[in-house]
Design a protein. Sequence first.
Length: 235
Amino acid sequence: MDRAASPQTVLLDFDGVLSLNASSLLLLALHEGINRHTELPIEATVTQFKAISTFPQRESLRVLFAGLGIEQHLNAEIDALRSLTAVRGTPLTLGEGVVAFCAQQRARDVRLRVFSTMDRTTARRSLLDGLFRPEDYVALDHASKADPDTYAALLAAEGERDPGKWLLVDDSPLALRAAKIAGLRTVLMRGAVFSDDDVSAFGSFIDAQVTSFAELGSLLTAEDDRPAALPASRL
């Protein structure tokens, strides 16, 4: 099995990665929000959520709500989603081992960045207080995580000429596809929202898969004398 040289910068998604349960809880909250105004099966909400979690969220939600005839409730439901810290009594929590992983990688001089659609007014971002500094957050604004140009623009802004020194860890195959096209290395954090079928269609864009931060840490500390692609054996 090939081993990879350590990446210099790791982009970490929040929903479904830094917080492993956030994607599932936000999906449930979105479903409940829609059904306050019109009936939509959970299966249909799941399909929409998978795109919304990667595309610019306000615009994506606007299209969904307008298509369902409930656009007048959009702003209130977005505010409700942004203020969430728990759903049905279950709190959004950091994934097990996140703090140890961050300490481990920083000790190796790996730069960690939060690559998320959250902004500083999003309530769940408070889970990262003390773990990341304001400058560690990548401002997505209205950019799409499914657009390769988003990653190219980030690298250009950072003055980075070698995209292979950057790695994206995300639970969305769409985001990993875009990052891979832009030349970044990619790791899928497996969660409850994206199914095996969702992932299999994007296999060529995913260098490795992990299910925990302990596994991610082991993967990133496995170094070889020569640069190589991350192992794809977990696909």
